[in-house]
Design a protein around this ligand. Sequence first.
Ligand SMILES: Cc1cc2nc3c(=O)[nH]c(=O)nc-3n(C[C@H](O)[C@H](O)[C@H](O)COP(=O)(O)O)c2cc1C
Length: 377
Amino acid sequence: MPEGIQRSARALSPTVTLYEPAVFGALQLSNRVVMAPLTRTRADDEGVPTETMAEYYRQRAGQGLIISEGTWPAAEGKSYPGQPGIVTPAQIDGWKQIADAVHDEGGTIVMQLMHGGRVGHPAISGEARVVAPSALAAPGQTRTPQGKADLPVAHALTLEEIPVVVEQFAQAARNAIAAGFDGVEVHGANGYLVHEFLSPVSNTRDDGYGGSTANRARFAIEVTEAVAAAIGADRTGIRLSPQHNIQGVLEEDAADVHATYTAVAEGLAPLGLAFVDVLHVDPAGELVQHIRRTAGAPLIVNTGFGIDTTRDAAESLVDDGWADAVAAGRPVIANPDLVERWTQGAELNPPRPELFYGRTAEGYTDYPSLESVRAGV
Ligand SMILES: Cc1cc2nc3c(=O)[nH]c(=O)nc-3n(C[C@H](O)[C@H](O)[C@H](O)COP(=O)(O)O)c2cc1C
């Protein structure tokens, strides 16, 4: 067992290994290493994916499933300069070349739909406001094209506006399918809009979307239901990060967290999702395994930002039955052919974090493949 992973629940599928294929709903995975969603800010100023992005994803198609970088379903949900959208015809066309490139290499790709909520800025999105469950600002500053600025106090979505945002997710999902994607992941993690509804700190509403754990879970469930209704539950997944405590979305009361995520998982269970993707420091622990059992969907796990995902941890998590697949982030940024390297026990390229969010091909499409290293080119 990798360090930090405790056996607190019984393994569910002990005979499968990380490098075996999987079927998650309508998604076919050639192995159980998933490319984690990774914002890389290389789209053009209109949020249109570029040819360089197609090359980046094509290089990484050997992972069993690619989850795209967080992509905005509405301009108000754009968090960072260079983040792509899936709203305009040009954006849909730009994504088509990416879906085609990944499929040409035999890969499978879903799009992460990320509404940034209060983590954003009018100077980044070109919109008048940022929106959130409550009129609160996320702590800290963000980098706008005009320089650093405090994250703004959000407009609290009204009861009339919430269904509009839910429909933006559904339309974005249809657009992703129109672009040739195999499915969609709702971003319910890491302090962005859907996650903001889940925490009692960022959600202080006293209507049907706030207060009780069931009410705070409602938005995540409604968004996922709408996406599943639009494109099929067998092509729909959701990412959750309970207790991540990031961007002011705090979940510090263990009993509240358990109840909130039970409500989410119970709401998702009837849908029959393709997968649930959970980022948590202890994927084999009780909370994540409880979410897995309750939601009743294949489980992708990721151990979070503390240390980069390692081969040993990924192999143990799947081989010992704690997860159906493992998402790897930074190792896939630096190693387009990570699965090949892990199966061969080959050396890994180190990531260059200073270029994670660049606007050029440097530190993006120029990490060498194992083949080119061996050929000395
Ligand atoms: C550069 C970078 C960008 C990221 N962008 C996203 C994102 O768009 N959506 C998301 O859900 N997580 C995002 N994450 C989190 C990763 O998906 C993953 O959870 C994290 O990197 C930990 O996994 P690792 O140790 O394998 O890198 C990002 C992480 C990094 C390093």
